[in-house]
Write a protein that binds this ligand. Structure first.
Ligand code: ADP
Ligand code: ASP
Ligand code: MG
Length: 814
């Protein structure tokens, strides 16, 4: 014999019940039991009815109407017209009784737990009756049987405790007299020894089915629901979660106890003791394999089998000097909670016994707080114990697996994964069985925490990177295109899945939590909301996605000054904007410190030499113990371009204008021409070499006339260049006479840095620098005479974008 249970969604309406019929029809031959829940949502409506009524709120009538409508519609859609009237009249008479009970509660303005259980029971009573009649009308040999006659409990209304001796005896007799075909029974409801209606706790239909399976020694207990099995995590929160084909009773019990709602926790016990396997299947995809829960050992399975979460938890912490070494404090603490029937979900106690910390449901927190404070009133008044501290709106997340005890380092991996994503852990508990490790975190962090843990433990190391890109001009738009074209490759070869979640330019911003469609991002952005840096930041924080990266492709000071906020939330920062790293030393140091403190990358490879790996190389030199003596470099692609193209046949101003048009200069070309840009770059290299320099420490022998330096806008700047053409021609002729080229050189030596125009003779490393090429020579302990040389294209949107891209990949491998 099999026992099948269909949950609320599976029987929510006529269409779904027809689906259930298909499944039941395929059971061949034997006598089987079918346990059903109330039509989905009805138990909540019944609860509303009784709560409204007892609070003398007329809204209860609305709930009653809704309940009536749902059932009547379902009957009309399921049962042929000729058979309808008998069924409708029976259901209406039940609904009248329900209405009378609600009216009673309304009149006296109160309800007892006993009355609530009576009211809640109507959901399953009606659904099981309607479904059995539907089966009969479809020619299935079906019968209705009332579970209240079989399952006997005590009188703890709301969560009654089953008397197994009595119940199993009843089931034995029931089985002997079982009618051929299918017997449909209501889940969730039972009766007390006094004959009152009781219920088995929310979600309790699973339990009814398990008790029937245990009592009849069924061959299998099938739980039919709206998901295809027990998943590695709640599939509604973790999209990547997968059904677990096979799992042990103990693992299933831990997962359900820690929140995997797909199975009501007490369900396991009656079937475990009889070694009856449980199969979890999807009513709407019956062909899917689902999950089998049994004691069979499976090989080759991961240590961590699943993740689960319980929301709405409060932590209660009792602390104080008076607790040390005094016996009985814990006993009193737990007694107070247990007398008030407050169940404790998690316990941690420091080995110093200086504090006890327990997790309970949020709804019990304020009662628990006042009871505990009263119980320890004397100790509190003498300052031996502090008043209990309560923290609300927390959640428990747990890692579950039978084999976890034989694997080291799982908790380390769990906590470092959470840490990297700025998930603050409030308390930790590990079961004595070592079958679970649980942590208490903020409820707001649950989605991020479960997804990042799922990625770390189940997803073959594919890391999702969530990018927030500000600045989508020359560099930014190329960067987005590179992501678009490389996405497949990155996923397959590098196991990185970058998604762009937010984009902004100076006018508009646009977000899509599921990843912006990169085929038409411009259009989406154009139709986005008004750009606002503060709001952008707030959205990034509110989305709270794992592995978030803020990408700054602007040259904007305000944006640069926002990095610290991102880093403090463990959001990595990648920027080609040089302002932050060349700002005053305290700001630079603060950003580096935040990056270390929050274990969050802060990368700016493109600040020097665009896509050339200059900073990365420097970092590796330093990390491996080398020391920098001297750096000589040509770091301005723009100035190279200008001096490579300037001669006595062109005017200086024309060359500069062309450089700007071709994207080789900053939006404000004076920043390049005055040498400020090069100063910033050598400053960053000096800082990365370990020297605390400021921009004012760098000598700049500018070749620009004083008038040009003073201008406030590009137009005026160009005018002065035009006026000074003669002096630029003079620079050119002097170099020509000496058979040398003009190069704008940056130098750092013994803690001092300078930038300026130099005559570079033939044969020098710098002489043949084409186009916008950059070159850097590092003289170090290991490279004292022959420097380490890095040379290549050092400006341009494409190479800069690919440098940003490389930083993103570095984070992916972090
Ligand atoms: P039913 O009404 O069929 O009893 P429930 O709503 O009680 O269904 O349980 C099924 C739901 O459990 C799923 O829709 C899913 O949202 C939730 N759930 C939570 N954790 C898990 C998990 N680890 N695996 C599968 N489902 C889970
Ligand atoms: N109908 C009950 C509830 O909603 C029992 C169940 O569905 O398992 O809690
Ligand atoms: Mg359920």
């Amino acid at each position: 014999m099999k026992v099948l249970k269909f949950g609320g969604t599976s029987v929510a309406n006529a269409a779904h019940i027809k689906q259930v019929k298909q499944i039941v029809q395929n059971l061949n031959g034997q006598n089987n039991l079918v346990v059903v829940s109330a039509l989905g949502g009805i138990t909540d409506l019944l609860l509303n009815t009784i709560n409204f009524a007892s609070n003398q709120n007329e809204a209860y009538k609305q709930s009653l109407l809704e309940i009536e409508k749902r059932h009547i519609t379902t009957i009309k859609e399921l049962i042929p017209v000729i058979a309808q009237s008998a069924i409708l009249s029976k259901v209406k008479s039940e609904l009248n009784t329900l209405e009378a009970l609600a009216e009673g509660a309304f009149l006296i303005g109160e309800h007892t737990p006993k009355l609530t259980d009576k009211v809640l029971g109507f959901g399953e009573l009606l659904s099981s009756y309607i479904i059995s009649e539907f089966f009969i009308s479809e020619g299935i040999e079906a019968h209705f049987y009332d579970s209240r006659e079989l399952i006997k409990t005590d009188s703890s209304f709301g969560m009654a405790v089953i008397d197994f001796d009595l119940t199993y005896n009843n089931i034995k007799t029931f089985q002997k007299n079982l009618k051929k075909g299918i017997t449909v029974l209501p889940g969730f409801i039972a009766s007390s020894i006094n004959g009152d209606n009781t219920t088995l706790g929310r979600g309790g239909s699973d339990y009814t089915a398990a008790v029937l399976a245990g009592g009849t020694k069924a061959e299998v207990l099938e739980i039919w629901t709206d998901v295809s099995g027990m998943y590695t995590a709640n599939p509604k929160i973790v999209k990547q979660a997968k059904a677990i084909p096979h799992i042990s009773y103990q693992e299933a019990m831990e997962l359900s106890h820690f929140g995997a709602k797909v199975l009501y926790p007490p369900t396991i016990h009656p079937v475990l003791s009889k070694q009856i396997p449980i199969q979890i299947k999807n009513t709407f995809e019956p062909e899917k394999e689902g999950t089998i829960i049994s004691s069979e050992k499976s090989t080759n399975e991961k240590a961590v089998r699943g993740l689960s979460n319980i929301d709405h938890i409060s932590l209660l912490s009792l602390e104080g000097p008076g607790m040390i070494g005094i016996p009985g404090i814990s006993k009193r603490f737990f007694e107070v909670l247990s007398q008030a029937s407050i169940s404790v979900v998690l316990i941690t106690q420091a080995s110093s016994e200086h504090s006890i910390c327990v997790g309970i449901a949020d709804k019990d927190a304020s009662l628990a707080q006042s009871l505990v404070n009263t119980a320890f009133e004397y100790e509190i008044s003498r300052q031996k114990i502090n008043p209990v501290i309560v923290e609300n709106e927390l959640a428990i997340i747990a890692l579950v697996g039978d084999q976890m005890k034989s694997h080291q380092g799982l908790s380390g991996k769990m906590f470092s994964t959470l840490g990297k994503n700025n998930v603050n852990i409030r308390a930790i508990a590990q079961g004595a069985s070592e079958r679970n490790i649980s942590a208490v975190i903020r409820m707001d962090d649950v989605k991020k925490a479960l997804n990042t843990l799922h990625e770390a433990f189940f997803e073959e190391n594919i890391r999702q990177l969530n990018l927030f890109v500000t600045g989508v001009g020359n560099v930014g738009s190329r960067f987005i295109n590179q992501i678009k074209t490389q996405k497949k490759y990155l996923k397959k070869e590098l196991k990185i899945n970058p998604r762009i979640i937010g984009i902004s330019n100076s006018r508009k911003m646009y977000f899509d939590e599921e990843g912006i469609n990169l085929e038409n991002w411009q259009e989406l952005l154009d139709n986005g909301e008004k750009a606002d840096g503060q709001l952008f930041y707030k959205n990034v924080i509110a989305l709270n996605l794992r592995n978030s990266i803020f990408v700054d492709n602007t040259a904007n000071e305000e944006v640069a000054m926002s990095y610290n906020n991102y880093l403090k939330h463990s959001i990595a920062v990648v920027c080609c904007n040089k302002i932050a790293c060349s700002s005053d030393i305290t700001n630079y140091q603060e950003l580096k410190k935040l990056s270390r403190e929050f274990q969050t990358p802060f990368l700016f490879e493109t600040n020097v030499g665009a896509g050339l790996p200059i900073i990365d190389t420097l970092k590796h030199l330093i990390a491996s113990g080398d020391r920098i003596h001297k750096i000589r470099a040509v770091l301005s692609g723009s100035l190279n371009f200008v001096f490579n193209n300037f001669d006595d046949k062109t005017s200086f101003v024309e060359v500069v204008k062309r450089a700007q048009e071709e994207g080789y200069t900053e939006p404000d070309p004076k920043i390049d021409l005055s040498g400020v840009d090069v100063m910033r770059k050598i400053l960053i290299l000096a800082r990365e070499s370990g020297y605390d320099l400021d921009i004012s420490d760098i000598r700049n022998e500018s070749f620009l006339p004083a008038d040009s330096l003073k201008t406030q806008n590009n137009e005026d700047f160009y005018k002065t260049l035009e006026k000074e053409e003669e002096s630029f021609q003079e620079l050119y002729t002097k170099a020509l006479v000496r058979e040398s080229k003009l190069k704008y050189v940056a130098e750092f030596e013994n803690g001092n840095a300078k930038v300026g125009l130099e005559h570079i003779p033939k044969g020098h490393d710098f002489y043949h620098l084409e186009g916008s090429d950059n070159i850097v020579l590092f003289y170090t302990d290991r490279y004292p005479k022959q420097p380490l040389i890095i040379k290549g294209a050092g400006a341009g949107a494409d190479v800069t974008a690919s440098g940003i891209f490389a930083d993103i990949i570095r984070i992916g491998n972090f």
